[in-house]
Design a protein around this ligand. Structure first.
Ligand code: IMP
Length: 471
């Protein structure tokens, strides 16, 4: 279920003709894909949905006509009418893109609406090997990457040797590819004592070249051109973020981050457009928090025990050991497992167990601030129905002092979360029709107030009830 804090008309006077970023405010998996898919339903064929960063590390789960689809590279608006664009700031694995395109039902015509930036970076098969081998050698210090070659792909961009989509149309492309691949093999051998075998690369390279063939058949358009054209004709442009703000390469919890700019500022550099083209962001937050991979997580249920469990165990291990986890268990670790079960919190890209915890206000305020969020969308509130009591972290205690500030390096300080508890409604939210039960309303109102989204944006209860959208 999603709740809009207010139903902004996508072309309200303030945001007229500006790109609207849709940004995750936590560690990803907030439901951005669903949000964008929903927005896509009200867009028309002249509007545009763009991705501006990331690659197939993203996993956007969309339900369409009773079937579940997970998109990694293709913008979530694929089932709507609007044009879709894979922007300059992305890293694109050609084989993965071709595979994803094939999985879209035949009756959905989208190739005529889809374009790709020539500036987007290509992920090549050896990027994936570099990613997994370097993670393995880090041992306990690993980042917990998705293994999709994202960091090595962006590294090659800044090393100024990356292959980009525009390169595939030149006759020297194969030669350039082989040179880069061989550089990677050398690095793997010299730095990691790892020798890439021919069979290991064979299938991946076959898929890569099939992907290149597919890419060549697509419309290649500069992001700035398609965005500017769309805006100048007074149509709407939605910039679909991938990952979450706390995974931003500079402003997330470095080094436990992805390698791109996931925040709204990334829209300008990811598309090559002036910052003045970018409007206030729509921030998506989940009614609790999840995280995949390593790194600090102050409100994690079960703390270290949970992070180690999620790192080392698979879904089936968890099902076998905790077939019916008790949300009221005395053990917070078990409560976290219950939350994972109720919310189906399994990584959409990697199948990993997502770490779970309570909403964290200091981190949310930080994310709202750095993104310039003007509208909030709360997702998955209904998942909390299984609990009798839920919590919100309102502040931290660091070095014996209460604070709402985010330290420079969250991983190096001892953070204790201060919580406020809320009672939970009885039964499911859907039992209450279009209204929210009293307890849910109190919880949502509290979030609005503490996040300072109440003034002017969400004036009264009636508005909330009117704006509640059930999935
Ligand atoms: P990478 O982007 O694969 O290099 O992974 C770096 C970190 O970002 C790891 O902790 C991943 O689990 C996390 N990450 C990357 N993409 C996503 C996503 O789409 N959702 C949630 N976490 C992600």
């Amino acid at each position: 279920m999603m709740i809009h804090t207010h139903s902004r008309n996508l072309v309200s006077p303030k945001n007229k003709f500006q790109v609207i970023p849709v940004i995750g405010l936590q560690w990803g998996d907030e439901g951005k894909g669903k949000g964008v898919a929903r927005i896509a339903n009200v867009l028309n064929k002249n509007d545009l949905i763009v991705r501006f960063q990331g690659g197939n590390n993203a996993g956007h789960t969309i339900w369409h006509k009773g079937k579940c689809f997970v998109f990694h590279l293709i913008p979530s608006g694929v089932f709507g009418k609007a044009k879709i664009h894979l922007g300059a700031g992305m890293v694109i694995n050609p084989g993965a893109l071709a595979k994803e395109a094939k999985e879209i039902p035949k009756n959905i015509s989208f190739l005529n609406r889809m374009s790709v930036s020539p500036h987007a970076v290509l992920t090549i098969p050896t990027h994936l090997i570099l990613d997994s081998v370097s993670e393995k050698t880090k041992g306990k210090k690993k980042i917990g990457s998705t293994g999709k070659g994202i960091s090595p792909s962006y590294t090659d961009l800044t090393l100024r040797r990356a292959l980009r989509v525009g390169d595939i149309f030149y006759s020297d492309f194969r030669k350039k590819y082989e040179m880069l691949r061989d550089e990677h093999k050398k690095t793997l051998h010299q730095n990691f004592n790892y020798d890439v075998s021919a069979p290991e690369l064979k299938e991946a390279e076959q898929n890569f070249w099939l992907g290149i063939k597919f890419l060549r058949s697509l419309q290649i358009i500069e992001s700035a051109e398609i965005v500017t054209k769309t805006l100048s004709k007074k149509h709407k442009v939605i910039a679909e973020g991938a990952q979450g703000s706390l995974l931003d390469v500079r402003f997330g919890h470095y080094p436990f981050v992805t390698s791109s700019h996931t925040i709204s500022g990334g829209v300008a550099t990811g598309l090559g457009i002036p910052p003045s083209y970018i409007g206030g962001a729509i921030g998506i937050l989940k009614a609790y928090v999840t995280k995949v991979g390593e790194g600090p997580f102050p409100t994690e249920l079960g703390g270290k025990e949970s992070s180690v469990w999620c790192r080392d165990k698979k879904v089936n291990d968890e099902k076998a050991k905790f077939p019916e986890p008790d949300p009221e268990s005395k053990s917070e670790f078990e409560q976290g497992i219950a939350l994972r079960k109720f919310g189906h919190e399994i990584g959409a890209t990697t199948g990993r167990l997502r770490r779970t915890g309570w909403i964290d206000i200091p981190l949310l305020k930080y994310a709202i601030k750095i993104n310039g969020v003007e509208e909030l969308v709360l997702t998955k509130l209904d998942v909390l129905s299984g609990f009798k009591k839920i919590k919100v972290c309102t502040q931290y205690i660091i070095d014996g002092k209460k604070t709402s500030e985010i330290p420079f390096d969250l991983a190096r300080v001892n953070v204790k979360a201060i919580y406020k508890s809320f009672p939970v409604w009885r039964g499911k939210l859907s039992d209450y029709g279009k209204k929210l039960p009293k307890e849910a309303l109190i919880y949502v109102k509290f979030l609005e107030k503490i996040l300072e989204f109440i003034k002017g944006i969400f004036p009264d209860t009636d508005t909330l009830i009117k704006d509640v959208n059930f999935e």
